[in-house]
Design a protein around this ligand. Structure first.
Ligand code: UN1
Length: 522
């Protein structure tokens, strides 16, 4: 099955040979660290990829920099046309790419495909943007003067993406960077190199066909060395990084140290508030998808469930019934992500399983309770799951209110629950964590809605109503506040970060009056 998916995307299937993981626009190469792509559901090796060395990374940056000079010369709508053709290339392989994401990352089939669709959606958005991203014309206080605010390209955008969205997050950055006139260089997560190689191979001909060097979308697979080289490079004015708060802090400092720009998309610790006036059926569906979808491995996954005291017992009993229908009732099937009936795939790797286990052990050792009937690792072979996959039961837990877990993100399907009395209190709990990515309120009260969206409401970058915390569309800017890093990607005003802004005062008179009434007497 793996070889069928790999060969449908022109990827080699001989796992004894290594595949080059660096594309500098002209050649595929790589003589650095060997990366192993492993299927999270079966443990099988899907590919061995040679990452880049520091020197190869530097050479790829150079190539991307040279390409950027041609990208910026091309009229923006022409760049938009290139992005439109990238969309067509993606669409021609949407199912194959979706399956590859499932195979390599472990998310279920429809979510793997959904990720490619998210890339296609942002292509549409960026193509439109290429004809509409506007600067400003402002009135001047001086006669026959005018002020322009003008966006110009930055040069090279470095994209460092995470394992959990190996395709879509690259798409957000590639498309917006291109239409705003930049070239890009991509370092994917070390555990999802095949997805990045497949995407790069698929879009490379589009550049060549349109007279742009393919180094406009360079790729350097690799480990820490490659990442550090990109982040430290003065030739990469903007770094867009998605990953953990810990690494994000290092990246942010390193970029600041050279006065570069950074877009950071770091941890989430997202809460759903179910208020007393909520439609409980709706809230149940919203919570379930956001808490167990992608096996809890989205930045936007729901980690905290805040229930109004009056509905808590009923809501919890209905929710636990759904969790406990995991197997063999088949409602929430855990297993092979490529089986269309599966709803919960494996965790990405063994380290994630260990983190899941230690988080649960910590909660119970500090007096917290596990509420679901089943919890812990699912032994390979049980419930029909593959022997070597990274399987766990999705869990609802009630940690002590002061348990440190409330403030941390564990990238696994663990949902913490606590009750509240008033919406004010729930908002305080929602905001009382370092992270600020996504949040949802389930309510039918218009006053609560106003409060939640306003200055005393949620402090997150995503503030939903009657919709779960995950699964945002690309139209709005995506990102979070506080330790999530304040970055915004994809839609909204995110494109404004991919340019350098200039304020240009133009005098078309024959006098030189000064602003603010200053008289210099010459
Ligand atoms: C991520 O988890 O890093 O809103 C991105 C969502 C997706 C993107 C998630 N559209 O869940």
């Amino acid at each position: 099955r793996a070889s069928k998916i790999l060969s449908s995307l022109d990827l080699p299937i001989d796992t004894n040979k290594t595949i080059p993981g660096v594309f500098d626009g002209s050649n595929w190469l790589g003589s650095g660290e060997e990366l192993i792509s492993e299927c999270p559901a079966t443990g099988e090796v899907l590919g061995r990829i040679k990452g880049g060395t520091v020197a190869e990374t530097q050479a790829a940056i150079k190539a991307s920099f040279e390409a950027s000079k041609l990208v910026r010369k091309m009229p923006a709508p022409k760049r938009g046309e290139i992005v439109r053709q990238i969309r067509e290339a993606l669409l021609s392989k949407v199912d194959e790419l979706g399956d590859l994401v499932s195979l390599e990352m472990g998310k279920i089939k429809s979510e793997g495909r959904g990720e490619v669709v998210e890339f296609i959606d942002v292509c549409d958005y960026a193509t439109g943007l290429s004809r509409s991203m506007k600067g400003n014309v402002l009135p001047s206080e001086r006669p026959e003067h005018v002020i322009y605010e003008n966006p110009n390209p930055l040069g090279v955008v470095g994209i460092l993406s995470a394992f959990n969205f190996p395709v879509a997050v690259y798409g957000w950055n590639l498309t917006i960077a291109l239409v705003t006139g930049n070239a890009t260089i991509w370092k994917p997560a070390p555990s999802t190199p095949l997805s990045s190689i497949a995407i790069t191979k698929l879009i490379q001909p589009v550049f060549e066909k349109n007279g742009l060097p393919a180094a406009a979308a360079a790729l350097v697979c690799g480990g820490v060395d490659v990442g550090k080289t990109l982040v430290g490079s003065e030739e990469v004015p903007l770094i867009s990084f998605t990953g953990s708060e810990k690494v994000g802090k290092e990246v942010g400092k390193a970029v600041q140290d050279r006065f570069g720009k950074a877009i950071l998309e770091l941890g989430g610790n997202n809460a759903v508030i179910v208020d007393e006036d909520a439609d409980l059926g709706l809230a149940l569906q919203g919570v379930l998808f956001a808490a167990v979808g992608t096996a809890g491995q989205r930045c936007t996954s729901t980690r905290r469930l805040l229930l109004h005291k009056s509905i808590s017992a009923e809501f919890l009993s209905r929710l636990l019934k759904m969790y406990d229908s995991t197997q063999p009732g088949n409602q929430l099937l855990v297993g092979d992500p490529l089986n269309p009936s599966t709803l919960i795939g494996p965790l990405h790797n063994q380290a994630a399983v260990e983190k899941y286990e230690s988080t649960l052990a910590g909660i119970t050792s500090r007096g917290g309770e596990i509420l679901t009937a089943r919890s812990g690792r699912i032994k390979g072979g049980d419930f029909g799951v593959e022997e070597k996959g990274n399987w766990v039961w999705p869990v609802v837990a009630r940690p002590k209110k002061d348990d440190p877990c409330w403030k941390e993100e564990t990238f696994a399907p663990i949902l913490y629950v606590q009750e509240f009395d008033t919406l004010e209190e729930a908002i305080q709990i929602n905001n009382g964590v370092p992270q600020g990515l996504s949040s949802s309120l389930f309510t039918s009260n218009v006053q609560s809605m106003g409060k939640w969206l306003g200055p005393d409401g949620s402090d997150c970058g995503i503030v939903n109503i009657n919709v779960g915390t995950s699964g945002a569309e690309i139209g709005a800017g995506f990102g979070g506040n506080k330790s999530t890093g304040w970055g915004r990607e994809s839609g909204g005003d995110a494109w404004k970060q991919y340019v350098r802004w200039s304020a240009a005062t133009v005098n078309y008179s024959s006098k030189l009056p000064l602003a603010q009434g200053v008289n210099f007497g010459i």
